[in-house]
Ligand binder design. Structure first.
Ligand code: SF4
Length: 363
């Protein structure tokens, strides 16, 4: 039985120019109906005490205090043994009463959507906070008892320069009392406002340099890289996300959420009206052994320590090195992959080219 759950809140108070996630503008009546539907799904679907719970979005903090209270109360029975309980929030909508409410319901980790500290870039991506507000929100969250904070940052934004990127990282490692940083490269999706406006990605070489700089700089300042996009202080890796990368089962709740249970992957409807009137209406795919072997490799190679070869054998009764002998020979010779201490992992050279390496495993 799954011991982790992802719950998707589709509402945002403002739609950002680059966004192509499953989300919609917050509307009180619609959100009330969504809360009723999601409470029903929680009660029908969740069965076990959970080890990790993650409420993402959208913007969970966009819900009103009362709506958030109903949602968190419905989750209470399932999180009594939870080791990590995360909620995503943004600076403007995460008021102090909501922070206290989260703490009261056992939330012990907050993931803040910061993206950049540069006023010019914040304007371009239509985020309304300032650097000072980010810092003050982090302090407010800590003051209210939640002491594990992650922030999201985006690189490759239009008009973002290497100097701006360096300034942001320096400011964060020097002054921000946080435990975890997730990095995202901007992808301009066709259906986002940026896509419709014809905004172009920055020079891919600059984007690669930004990633390489972060990879080098953050570990020197206390944030070690444990996954391709994630850096943390020692012991503060995201337990929930590690569960995905270890390919464990998880419940998916809410419209736009996905889950995986007992060799079946399901994607709940993304249509909020369908969700409210008919429930999750999930599209299910049964994963065969080959699918699962590939997905395990794909997820595990994102981790800095790589994939445990014994774990692979225990799960599938297949010897990894035998099954993928020709791919391994090619990628090890090219210096992209390495095997040591029972783990296969991407090398420094291979890490940025992981997608290309994975194609070989697909074939
Ligand atoms: S980027 Fe986040 S906050 Fe902005 S619209 Fe998308 S889901 Fe909402």
């Amino acid at each position: 039985m799954a011991q982790a759950c992802y719950l998707h809140v589709p509402f945002c108070r403002h739609i950002c120019a680059y966004c192509d996630f499953t989300r919609c503008g917050y509307h009180e009546t619609l959100a009330d109906k969504w809360v009723s539907a999601v409470v029903k799904e929680i009660q029908e679907k969740l069965q076990a005490p959970l080890k990790t719970m993650y409420i993402g979005g959208g913007t969970p903090s966009a819900l009103s205090y009362e709506q958030l209270n109903v949602l968190l109360t419905a989750l209470d029975p399932y999180i009594q043994e939870c080791e990590e309980y995360t909620m995503e929030a943004n600076i403007e909508s995460f008021s102090e009463d909501k922070i206290a409410l989260c703490y009261h319901h056992g939330i012990n980790r907050i993931s803040l959507g910061v993206q950049t500290l540069q006023p010019k870039l914040l304007k371009i991506i239509e985020r309304k906070h300032t650097k000072e507000e980010v810092l003050s929100k982090i302090k407010e969250i800590k003051k209210n008892g939640i002491d594990n904070i992650s922030i999201d940052l985006i690189y490759g934004l239009p008009e973002q320069t290497m100097t701006m990127w360096k300034e942001d990282l320096e400011e964060i490692v020097t002054n921000f009392p946080i435990e975890h940083i997730s990095l995202y490269a901007l992808t301009i999706e066709e259906h986002s406002k940026f896509g419709r406006m014809g905004v172009k990605n920055i020079d891919p070489e600059v984007e690669e340099d930004m990633y390489a700089f972060a990879q080098d700089y953050l570990p020197k300042h206390g944030f070690y890289q444990y996954e391709i996009s994630n850096f943390s202080k020692q012991g503060k890796e995201s337990k929930h996300n590690c569960m995905y990368w270890k390919y464990e089962d998880f419940y998916g709740i809410g419209c736009g959420a996905s889950g995986k249970e007992q060799h079946v992957r399901y994607d709940n409807t993304k249509n909020i009206h369908t969700y409210i009137t008919q429930g999750s209406v999930a599209n299910c795919i049964t994963l065969n052994k080959e699918d699962e072997m590939f997905e395990l490799i794909m997820m595990n190679l994102r981790l800095k320590k790589g994939m445990d070869l014994n774990h692979f054998k225990e799960l599938f009764q297949v010897d990894f090195e035998e099954k993928y002998a020709s791919v391994l020979q090619k990628q090890i010779e090219k210096g992209m992959l390495a095997i040591s201490d029972g783990y296969i992992k991407a090398t420094e050279k291979g890490y940025p080219l992981l997608n290309d390496i994975l194609i070989d495993f697909m074939e």
